[in-house]
Write a protein that binds this ligand. Structure first.
Ligand code: GLN
Length: 480
């Protein structure tokens, strides 16, 4: 069983062939059937979903039609909502209920979306497999021996398995694009500052972005148009909007300059993934796009720079979980306040989060600040400049998303460095603050989905979505 598309649900709702309560029921039944094997949702409260659906039906009866009515939306467990607890898939936030709602979520709710449940992720969004979640991993709907990717793996799997039309995720270093690629759905990370971070539990504040998973560019675009825009509660949110565009399937891409950065096609890239990216490039070329070889020379420092800066910001952001203000408190054996802090944090955080807090504290310490943190900030600027120079020669960049097509459950445990390196193609967009999207383009011989990444200049989301639509359309036609 799978939920019919958003377009079908919406037209059924508006023509009174179905009520929102019935649509909610279908989604809940699908979740009930599929979630036990996938573990994509970690909290679904049927009675509160029913009430929200009833409120939407009531609004419709009163003639208040809203643009996202009919949309069933999953929400990553790092975005605050008032109707369910938010835990960041961490023990340390056990039982914490936010007193406010994230701006992104509140705006979608106001536009008529039905929030269906909270999706699984790596603890505090640190990871690339969901295996660092306190609830256990989310498995890949295409092959249960593989993970869904991370950190927003629950959101990606929920959309891929048809349990909701779209889901919100967050992307600090690739956490939307990577699971989207693994699960064969679209995943958009917008320009930094286009969507408010208010109510998003902070991991690395200068990198974190709220974005969307869905099966169609129309849905991604509509959701972005409602979420984007200035917010007095987030000073880093830009004073700009994203207007939804109508996508035409036969939009010409003649003359489009598609950059192929050589640093993204080197050693370590799996042959099958490479083949699918190459095929996409050729397909665009045969439609009249121009393929332009480019170089982003500082790419090789991306992973090191990202892991220094993101860990530094995380160590500072996570200092608030001390057993006093939120969730878990371990005071039983404690003889002093410091003892209580120590036992709460030792018990509440998983080992990957601890590793990052230690790394971040180290690079920010007086003796090492210049050597690591200061240096990494300067390299971040160089990476940003690489992209600025590229936009003088090309309109978009086409790259792989992940060096491999999938990761087996349990494969990562032994070697965290290997997992960090798998972020090589995605962290650069977050270092530069530019938008990126993962577009499903095919499958490996084994049947695992593969996505390609399109990167664009700041605020060029509409262009990325237009090209994504073209790619998906060409693939659909070539296979039919
Ligand atoms: N995999 C990266 C990390 O572990 C990215 C995470 C993210 O984007 N939230 O830091």
């Amino acid at each position: 069983m799978a939920l019919p598309s958003f377009a079908d649900c919406r037209s059924a709702l508006l023509s009174k062939r179905a009520s929102c309560v019935e649509i909610a029921q279908l989604a809940l039944e699908t979740i009930q059937e599929k979630n036990p094997s996938l573990n994509a949702f970690t909290h679904v409260d049927a009675s509160s979903v029913g009430q929200s659906a009833e409120a939407i039906d009531q609004a419709l009866r009163e003639g208040n039609e809203l643009p996202l009515m009919g949309l069933v939306l999953g929400v990553k467990d790092v975005l605050s909502t008032t109707e369910w607890p938010v835990t960041c898939s961490s023990k340390i936030l056990e039982g914490y209920r936010p007193p406010f709602e994230a701006t992104s979520v509140a705006r979608l709710r106001r536009a008529g979306a039905l929030l269906i449940g909270r999706t699984n992720c790596d603890e505090f969004a640190m990871g690339a497999t969901t295996e660092y979640s306190a609830y256990g991993p989310t498995l890949n709907p295409h092959n249960l021996e593989y993970v869904s990717g991370g950190s927003s793996g629950g959101s990606a799997a929920a959309v891929a398995a048809g349990m909701c039309h779209a889901a919100l995720g967050t992307d600090t270093g690739g956490s939307i694009r990577q699971p989207a690629s693994f699960c064969g759905v679209l995943g958009l990370k917008p320009t930094y500052g286009l969507v408010s971070r208010y109510g998003l539990v902070a991991f690395a504040s200068s990198f974190d972005c709220v974005g969307t998973f869905a099966n169609s560019v129309e849905v991604v675009s509509r959701i972005l148009s409602h979420m984007a825009g200035t917010d007095p509660s987030d000073a880093t949110c830009m004073d700009c909007s994203y207007p939804h565009v109508e996508f035409s399937a036969d939009r010409a891409i003649h003359g489009l300059r598609v950059g192929l950065p050589k640093e993204y096609y080197g050693d370590g890239l799996d042959g099958e993934v490479r083949k699918l990216v190459d095929q996409t490039a050729c397909m665009l070329e045969s439609e009249g796009a121009r393929l332009v070889p480019v170089s982003l020379p500082h790419t090789e420092y991306g992973v090191a720079t990202y892991y220094i800066l993101a860990a530094a910001e995380a160590s500072s952001n996570l200092s608030r979980y001390d057993g006093v203000k939120y969730g878990l408190r371990r005071a039983g054996e404690a003889h002093s306040l410091e003892d209580m802090y120590t036992s709460t944090r030792s018990d509440g955080f998983g080992f990957e989060v601890k590793r990052r807090v230690m790394l971040g504290t180290y690079v920010l310490s007086a003796g090492y600040y210049d050597a690591y943190y200061g240096k990494a900030q300067r390299v971040r600027n160089l990476i940003r400049k690489d992209f600025d120079e590229a936009w003088e020669k090309v309109d978009v960049l086409l790259t792989p998303v992940n060096p491999r097509a999938g990761m087996r459950v349990g494969q990562q445990d032994k070697d965290p460095l290997q997992m960090y390196l798998s972020d090589a193609y995605t962290v650069t967009a977050n270092l530069a603050g530019i938008p990126g999207i993962s577009v499903p383009v095919g499958r490996t011989v084994q049947g695992l989905p593969v996505g390609v990444q399109l990167l664009g200049a700041p605020f060029r989301e509409a262009e990325l979505l237009t090209i994504s639509r073209k790619i998906m359309n060409l693939i659909e036609h070539s296979s039919s």
